[in-house]
Design a binder for this molecule. Structure first.
Ligand SMILES: [Zn+2]
Length: 221
């Protein structure tokens, strides 16, 4: 039984049907400690007992971790001098301390605390596979010392005037890191589909248009 009441969106559109067969036991055995999953936070309905069930949070985030690690053409290159397709997987691994799943109260996609990152239903069930990867990159950037430092601009779909925005692109905050990842996934993501890349572009532009107090002045085209 699932822990959270959620409608599971179409798994072809979300990419879960494409990525799930790639998540082998060997991959899980590597990713589990690398991304600091805490077992007691992923069992009892979150997927630990049914790791291939993409109705459940664990399989859905494992799909995103696979995407995060294997979307660069030469994915063994994790150099920070390469583009984000290469280093984002490493950045998340280096920043994350514990990874927890929660249903959440519907107000946030995820939250970074001093001792853990919590992912919520909004992450698991409203975002596609690359969008969940964006969330991991975003939260990892908070761990890396970049809290949000501004209010959302007028007209923002994230809540105009509320705290939670980044001042600008050059702050290199969580929104910038997430958008940058989606941008590269759109531009050069491998082992995926044109439709998923297009969706990443759209999501990236939602972030660019709504999450910065001062608009970056460009969009992904
Ligand atoms: Zn944030």
């Amino acid at each position: 039984m699932a822990a959270c009441s959620a409608t599971v969106p179409d798994k072809n559109t979300s990419g879960d049907n494409l990525y799930e067969p790639r998540v082998t036991q060997e991959f899980i055995d590597w990713a589990w400690p690398a991304y600091k999953f805490k077992k007691t936070e992923w069992d009892e309905g979150f997927g630990w007992e049914n790791v291939a069930d993409t109705d459940l949070p664990l399989a859905r985030i494992l799909n995103s971790i696979w995407l995060l690690n294997y979307s660069a053409e030469d994915y063994t290159n994790e150099d920070y001098n390469s583009n984000a397709l290469h280093w984002a997987c490493r950045y998340v691994r280096e920043q994350i301390n514990e990874l927890w799943a929660r249903c959440g109260d519907g107000s946030a996609v995820a939250t970074t605390f001093s001792d853990r990152i919590e992912l919520y239903s909004l992450c698991f069930y409203t975002k596609d596979v690359s969008g969940r990867a964006e969330t991991l990159v975003h939260e990892a950037r908070h761990r890396g010392g970049k809290p949000h430092n501004a209010k959302f601009p007028a007209g923002s779909t994230f809540g105009a005037g509320k705290n939670g925005a980044d001042a600008n692109w050059d702050y290199e905050g969580a929104w910038m890191y997430g958008a940058l990842y989606l941008w590269w996934f759109y531009a050069d993501g491998r082992r995926t589909t044109t439709a998923l890349r297009e969706a990443a572009k759209q999501r990236g532009n939602v972030v660019i248009d709504n999450a910065f107090a001062t608009h970056p002045g460009f969009t992904i085209v």
